[in-house]
Design a protein around this ligand. Structure first.
Ligand code: AMP
Length: 580
């Protein structure tokens, strides 16, 4: 039987404490109050998979593998193989608190790595492969990952970064021996199947405090360097329970779920835990998320529930309209990560009879923050009113609290009009970032400022009206406006620069760059774009450049983006026509 190794100092300091099973929390209960007499059943995520194995061992996990074929396994298989991952990691010297990174699509192998890592008290760190290699290397180094599991798709990225990631001492390619490429130059490389082959399943899972760190996910939706959100076992288990509420994801054993939203986007919105918790069949899309590939899986696997950002639904909508295909099996979809466009909502509900739930959330919230369930008061008002209301971001599930405040921190009324800073609280909301980056992120009452600007109505519906944080979201991925601006002001003719996100039918938002030229200087749109070319990732390139006499500044001297968004709200990006 494998046991735990010695805990390392740093991860514990950083929040990855691995204390033995806690005694009943009597010590923290003030004198005079009675201590409840219930069992001390620590909320650790290994119990989710224990439960799936005991109760849903025959339900399937189907993967469209990166290698091509459809691969099928059951929760029983997943449990067995995840335990072999644990044994392989322990044999490879991994100790509780170590961070194990993945650069991988949604697949059964990824899920096995997920539970195999968390089960032994190590931290599963999902890395977003859509970042550029230098950012990925920065994140791996910051997290001090010891192992990197990756898909065949990402060999070129790993080839670029392995020499600058000295802490990674093992690379595991998520494939079998038959697909191992030769001469990659990647050191200490082993195939996943070889890594776990012949390993025992006789390992100990759990048995540590529920506040032990389980997962790590960096977000670029903040200013400065990406920040790590360090989920605990407890936060994941509680998030699973509240996301399963009928008015939230409402999943059940009869569901077949296609999480198109990647595991590297905050636990695929928690589905990695909620699907096994209820024994829903899982369909993992691998690398392909275009309309045709998504349709094939929806159809062949009779998917009933799916979740993705609006861009994915737009691609599916276009495919369905071109081919005349329909969606006879799909019942409900969750659309979030960006605001749901009305055309998508109406097409899926009216034409394809699929119920659309608009969700809002954040990496920092594990991530579910709202769900657009319909309260009885709206049901009575008819379909148009219900659909119009669904364009709002939705209501808080139990486990999430909201507060809207003005700039001075004064709470605003829930009147559906007064917009202010949206603050949240809850057991699955970050209390601080990994290693304490960004300092204190909660106010004195424990509220976290989301950086979103919103209003709340008396029925509890939250509507995002703007964003106070300085980032642009394109196709569900963040673009740093500050990085674009910093490069733009390097141009000799530029006095000041501001990048803002403007609405785009395919990508939700695309960057517009606004330039204030130096007195007497001149530069054309093309000159500015040519100057940026090669300095930032291609998909970060502004879709347009506009010139303005004076970039407005706020009281503290910062660029007033709210005012710029107002000024340019009618501006149509030249890329819009091509997307329509
Ligand atoms: P992330 O941490 O990458 O999930 O990004 C979280 C941010 O995405 C939120 O703070 C919002 O700014 C934005 N976001 C997420 N869902 C929605 C939505 N349904 N409508 C508008 N913005 C959204």
């Amino acid at each position: 039987m494998f046991g735990f190794g010695k805990n390392k100092g740093e991860p514990a300091k950083a929040g990855a404490a691995t204390t033995p099973a806690a005694a009943a929390p009597a010590a923290s209960i003030p004198r005079g109050l009675m201590v409840g007499r219930m069992q001390d059943w620590q909320l650790t995520v290994d119990k989710v998979l224990d439960h799936a194995k005991a109760n849903h061992a025959h339900r399937e996990i189907v993967t469209r593998s990166v290698e091509g074929p459809i691969v099928r396994e059951t929760y029983g298989d997943l449990y067995a193989r995840a335990r072999q991952v644990s044994a392989a990691l322990l044999e490879d010297g991994v100790v509780p608190g170590d961070r194990i990174a993945t650069l991988a699509w949604n697949s059964g192998n990824h899920m096995e790595t997920w539970f195999g890592t968390m089960g032994i008290g190590s931290v599963l760190h999902t890395v977003n492969p859509r970042l550029f290699p230098e950012q990925i290397a920065w994140i791996l180094n910051h997290a001090e990952d010891t192992h990197l599991f990756f898909d065949l798709t990402f060999i070129p990225i790993v080839q670029k970064i392995h020499s600058i990631c000295p802490m990674v001492r093992r690379y595991v390619l998520l494939t079998d021996e038959g697909h191992m490429p030769r001469d990659t130059g990647i050191p200490n490389l082993v195939s996943y199947e070889r890594f776990i082959a012949g390993k025992t399943q006789d390992v100990t899972w759990g048995g540590f405090d529920e506040n032990t760190a389980a997962g790590l996910c960096y977000t670029s939706g903040t200013t400065g360097n990406p920040k790590g959100v360090l989920y605990s076992h407890r936060s994941n288990v509680l998030h699973t329970m509240f996301s399963l509420q009928k008015d939230c994801m409402g999943l059940g054993v009869e569901d077949t779920i296609l999480p198109i939203v990647p595991l590297f986007h905050a636990n695929a919105w928690g589905i990695t835990f909620s699907a096994p918790a209820v024994g829903a069949k899982l369909v993992m899309p691998g690398a392909k998320m275009d309309g045709e590939s998504v349709f094939q899986l929806l159809d062949s696997e009779k998917v009933t529930f799916s979740a993705a950002v609006p861009t994915v639904w737009l691609m599916l909508k276009q495919y369905l309209e071109e081919t005349g295909n329909t969606l006879p099996h799909l019942k409900r979809v969750v659309i979030g990560g960006s605001a749901v466009p009305e055309a998508i909502l109406k097409t899926f509900e009216d034409k394809y009879e699929v119920q659309v739930f608009h969700a809002w959330g954040m990496t920092e919230m594990s991530p579910m923050g709202s769900m657009g369930s319909t309260v009885p008061e709206f049901m009575a008002r008819g379909t148009d009113a219900v659909q119009k209301n669904k364009l709002k971001q939705g209501r808080a599930p139990f486990g999430v609290e909201y507060k809207i405040t003005d700039d001075d921190g004064k709470e605003l009324p829930r009147d559906g009009k007064s917009a202010g800073h949206l603050l949240v609280r809850g057991p699955a909301v970050a209390g601080s970032y990994f290693k304490g980056d960004g300092g204190q992120i909660l106010d004195k009452d424990g509220w976290f400022d989301t950086g979103d600007v919103a209003n709340l109505c008396e029925l509890g519906y939250m509507q995002i009206t703007d964003r106070a944080k300085d980032v642009i979201k394109s196709g569900g991925e963040w673009i740093s406006s500050i990085d674009i601006e910093n490069f733009a002001v390097g141009h000799p003719a530029v006095a000041n620069a501001a990048a803002i996100g403007l609405p785009h039918p395919k990508w939700d938002e695309r960057p517009l760059l606004i330039i204030e030229l130096k007195p007497g200087a001149s530069a054309s749109r093309e000159e500015i774009l040519n100057y940026l070319n090669g300095k930032i990732a291609k998909w970060w390139m502004p879709d347009d450049v506009q010139f303005i006499d004076k970039i407005p500044l706020g009281a503290t001297g910062k660029i007033n983006k709210l005012s710029l968004r107002q000024t340019f709200k009618e501006h149509k990006l030249p890329t819009i026509q091509a997307a329509e």
